[in-house]
Design a protein around this ligand. Structure first.
Ligand code: KIV
Length: 278
């Protein structure tokens, strides 16, 4: 990594996406694209395809490990995924989720976990769910010089409290609290805020008021960027079809046909051929 005349970090001829760049994008009205990735191979593909931000989400718990919630994933497992992604990325900003239980307690433990995650993954930023309730942990992590991305609205680590994955903040009370939390996250110094599954109008209101970028998932169009879980947008996860999800490919179909063809070729001794042998 080197620095050009304007002080931008660059890898080869590619300008690295940084927290500063996200701020510029908001100021210039340039939308931020973000996708999740959990491994080296997929991270390299989406980085060279031009994604701005890669989120090593704790959704790895669902997507990679097959758990029904994000709660079981550990700091060690997030570090493994974060490091794998970092090995494949040159340009995108890489954000790693702090897992459930690693920051909700005392701020000292939160900083200890955050420092370890940054040292061992070499990621660019960490993401934490919550507002007022976890603000002291967020403040302490920021004081350690670690960039933090906030996450409000539907917070999957709190699924057992909600009891449902329905849209959040439809009522005035919860919408008001979300706005207050967003202001608080901006005030302490978060570099961006993910808004998950909330009414488009509320997301637009938060986005218009804040100077830090908002990145939506199921939060409508009036935000500064969009994020999707990669396996969902590539059509690998057939059983998950929320209204906000747009499928850009049918990888389930592509992989199924390729594997069926391979099985047939092996069974019929059609693979390998003489040219594929030594
Ligand atoms: O873990 C994750 O994938 C996330 C996104 C849904 C924003 O937090």
């Amino acid at each position: 990594m080197s620095e050009d005349k304007k002080g931008y970090l660059s890898a080869g001829n590619q300008k690295k996406v940084t927290t500063h760049r996200l701020q510029e994008m908001k100021q210039h009205g340039e939308k931020i694209s973000m996708l999740t990735a959990y491994d080296y191979s997929m991270a390299s593909v989406i980085d060279q395809a031009g994604i701005d931000v890669i989120l090593v989400g704790d959704s790895a718990s669902n997507v990679m490990a097959g758990n029904t919630t994000t709660l079981p994933i550990t700091v060690d497992q997030m570090i493994y995924h974060g490091k794998s992604v970092m090995n494949g990325v040159k340009r995108a900003m890489v954000v790693v989720d702090m897992p459930f239980g690693s920051y909700q307690g005392n701020p000292y433990e939160a900083v200890t976990n955050a420092v370890r995650m940054m040292k061992e993954t070499q990621a660019d930023c960490l993401k934490l769910e919550g507002g007022k309730e976890v603000i002291e942990s967020i403040r302490a992590i920021l004081h350690a010089g670690i960039p933090v991305m906030g996450h409000l609205g539907l917070m999957p680590q709190s699924i057992n409290k909600y009891g449902t994955y329905a849209v959040r903040a439809k009522e005035e009370d919860e919408a008001g609290k979300l706005l207050e939390d967003a202001r608080m996250l901006q005030k302490v110094g978060c570099c961006a805020i993910v808004l998950e599954k909330i009414p488009a109008e509320l997301a637009g209101k938060v986005t218009a008021e804040l100077v830090v970028p908002t990145i939506g998932i199921g939060a409508g169009p009036y935000v500064d960027g969009q994020v999707l879980v990669m396996q969902d947008m590539l059509g690998l996860n057939k059983g998950f079809s929320p209204r906000f999800l747009r499928r850009y490919a049918d990888l389930f179909g592509v992989v199924t046909s390729a594997v069926q063809q391979y099985v047939q070729d092996v069974k019929s001794s059609g693979f390998p051929s003489a040219e594929e042998s030594y």
